[in-house]
Design a binder for this molecule. Structure first.
Ligand code: MBD
Ligand code: FE
Length: 297
């Protein structure tokens, strides 16, 4: 690796006004994250134990790979750039969140629907829509595949639950998320679905496209530095909950879709893969997925 990080980003900085850029989506994700109050009750003893292990891991890697001063300085420069581009939410959620999600799942004995990572593009308080409504979406300027996404939200025994909600958000057919790319209506493809009294939902949306990590920022540079690919498979994001029940944050994928086997964010699980079928009469894809909620611990 000879080029410095800053040189590598110049193309991105020259992007046209109104175009989706690493800096635009990164800083929007950082601004959104900063609106959430975050805290943890970590004691000094626990903090010390974690830092000791962290620095021991650094020491092992530095010695094992004989890290050079040039590499150390590129790292420093890269870390600074990740902050400048607002890409910490992106980089962390792509490369770290899946292990946090797994560890927190494995500490419990849950048997409801599996979770997956939240990612950097969630917005709370999306508009409520009826159980059988259409997702808020802009007029499509080219052909898209409509998707009828339906199923039930129940407890572990299959009973409907009072007050259940299904928050759904996903990228459009360009792989772009509203509020993180320019020129997209505020709540495009974001809604809070309210299931009916039988726990049923059946909404109309569109098939999302795979998501490409922006190539013009430091996360894109990081991926190129190891000859990796920057793709996530097409996916739906969900938060499903009801009073007294565990909130499930998850994602659903599409069988046979590109990148399902090699998600850059390592967030695909076999239980989370949909297999929609085309309804020849309507031309819509249709799929059924049921959510089962564990009780709150
Ligand atoms: C996404 O759409 C996403 O879901 C994650 C986890 C990371 C980057 C983009
Ligand atoms: Fe996503």
């Amino acid at each position: 690796m000879t080029e410095t990080t800053t040189e590598a980003y110049n193309t991105g900085l020259a992007a046209q006004e109104g175009e989706a850029t690493a800096k635009g989506s990164g800083n929007a994700a950082t601004d959104r994250f900063k609106t959430a109050q975050v805290s943890a009750d970590t004691t000094p003893e626990r903090a010390r134990a974690i830092y000791d292990d962290l620095f021991a891991a650094f020491r092992d890697i530095i010695n094992k790979h004989q890290i050079t001063y040039e590499e150390y300085n590129v790292l420093k420069s890269w870390l600074i750039s990740v902050g400048e581009y607002g890409e910490w939410p992106l980089w962390l959620d792509v490369f770290v969140e899946h292990d946090i999600e797994e560890a927190n799942y494995n500490r419990h004995e849950y048997s409801g629907t599996k979770g997956s990572i939240e990612g950097p593009y969630y917005i709370p308080n999306s508009p409520k829509i009826a159980w059988d409504a259409e997702m808020p979406m802009r007029d499509q300027d080219r052909e898209v595949t409509p998707l009828i996404f339906q199923g039930r939200v129940t407890d572990l025994e299959g009973n409907a639950i009072e007050g259940a909600t299904v928050e759904l958000w996903h990228a459009d057919d360009d792989g772009l998320y509203s509020q993180f790319a320019p020129g997209i209506p505020e709540w495009n493809l974001r809604a809070t679905i309210v299931p009916n009294e039988n726990g049923e939902y059946a909404v109309k949306t569109i098939q999302p496209e795979p998501y490409q990590i922006p190539s013009d920022g430091p996360t894109g540079w990081f991926i190129k530095s190891y000859d990796g690919h920057p793709w996530r498979p097409a996916h739906l994001h969900l938060k499903v909950t009801a009073p007294g029940y565990r909130l499930i944050t998850t994602q659903l994928y599409f069988k046979g879709g590109e990148w399902v086997e090699t998600d850059v964010a390592t967030a695909v699980k076999p239980e989370l893969i949909l297999d929609p079928k085309k309804n020849e009469e309507t031309g819509n894809n249709e799929v059924v997925y049921d959510f089962k909620l564990d009780k709150e611990d």
